[in-house]
Design a binder for this molecule. Structure first.
Ligand code: HMH
Length: 221
């Protein structure tokens, strides 16, 4: 079996759930300009909480790269991701002030708690670097694909949401996701079948959690 382009193989195999995560009704409502701004504010507050749990997860991926990786440039890609999370947290603070969202009062909803708990389970040293880097790629790639959609020609994204979309939909973030995908593919190409299965299952869990995360913002005002 040719394992080198495993991510592409999985994306084809799991196209439906991937599309569910990247073309969610909430994202489509931003793209067509009909977005409920209360839903957007809900997403903003909830995502701030998520990013605060995501940063320590990425820190554990960095540790695994340092210990287990066969290529020292992996660490640099992961470290650049951590640096952008630092910017992101500052951005969430100023953006929430602008929208009148009090971050200290945001209560994590169930879907968010479940996703953060899942992330925490992946922070264990028992989780292989290959599984962790594939997860990391998937989490970033869903946001990249989703928000890039809102910036495409013909999209009617409201002006006040364009900066949010550019944060994850810009070309630089796209290239960073490609770098993560390359690392994941390289690792998946030389991993034993049991780890490969674990990575695939974990990838599917990420996509499910992402759908639930969007649902949270879309449904609740
Ligand atoms: C829920 N998934 C969620 N939030 C994010 N900020 C990202 C992915 C990407 O950083």
């Amino acid at each position: 079996v040719e394992k080198s382009g495993m991510i592409d193989t999985w994306m084809k195999k799991h196209r439906l759930i991937y599309t569910g995560a990247t073309k969610h009704p909430f994202i489509l409502s931003i793209r067509d300009g009909t977005v409920d701004l209360e839903a957007f504010k809900t997403w903003l507050g909830q995502d701030y909480i998520f990013v605060r749990a995501f940063a320590p997860f990425v820190a554990t991926v960095l540790i695994k790269a340092w210990k287990e990786s066969d290529d020292c440039s992996d660490m640099e890609v992961i470290l650049s991701g951590m640096a952008s999370l630092n910017d992101e947290i500052a951005w969430f603070k100023s953006e929430s002030t602008m929208w009148g969202v009090q971050l200290s009062e945001v209560v994590p909803q169930k879907a968010n708690q479940d996703y953060c708990r899942f992330l925490e389970s992946l922070m264990s040293p028992d989780v292989e670097y290959t599984v962790a880097i594939t997860t990391f790629w998937a989490i970033e790639a869903v946001y990249q694909a989703s928000f890039a959609l809102c910036l495409e020609d013909g999209s009617k994204t409201p002006a006040e949401l364009r900066e949010t979309c550019r944060r994850w939909g810009n070309d630089g973030f796209g290239q960073y996701c490609n770098s993560l995908q390359k690392i994941a593919n390289r690792r998946l190409g030389k991993t034993p079948d049991d780890v490969l299965t674990k990575a695939e299952v974990t990838l599917l869990r990420v996509l499910e959690h992402e759908v639930e995360f969007w649902n949270m913002s879309h449904g609740a005002a």
